[in-house]
Design a protein around this ligand. Structure first.
Ligand code: ZN
Length: 126
């Protein structure tokens, strides 16, 4: 809307909410479904910083050291799916977006340190 591509700040997924970063990331029912499908409870998240801090999202200790990488992979795919909806009017199902998060993490894990790669593999496996 700021760049005058859209005429309204409404969420493109039709949930009748204003689209903010927090809404797109976790508050939109569609994003919540993606996190839920990935086994992550984001219901306690009140702002974007909460997502990045320990305790707001329950994470197994053996997977914590790559949480930020996993989170960015999820947010990146939510963003890509949002743009497909906005620019191509294509609705990518939440299950497909969740699978794309896994594929992104697989791709990115090759650039991680060994101990981080092991944690990323655990995320992918689970
Ligand atoms: Zn929404």
């Amino acid at each position: 809307m700021k760049q005058q591509i859209l005429t309204s700040d409404e969420c493109p997924f039709g949930c009748n909410s204003s689209e903010s970063a927090l809404h797109l990331a976790v508050l939109c029912p569609r994003s919540a479904l993606i996190f839920q499908y990935l086994g992550l409870d984001v219901s306690n998240v009140q702002d974007m910083r909460d997502l990045f801090t320990d305790g707001k999202v329950v994470i197994a200790p053996n997977k914590k050291n790559v949480w930020v990488v996993v989170l960015v992979a999820i947010l990146w795919n939510i963003w890509l799916a949002r743009n497909r909806k906005v620019f191509d009017d294509r609705n990518i199902p939440h299950i497909v977006v969740a699978r794309q998060c896994t594929e992104t993490l697989k791709l990115w894990s090759s650039r991680l340190k060994k101990n981080e790669r092991q944690a990323a593999d655990q995320w992918i496996e689970d």
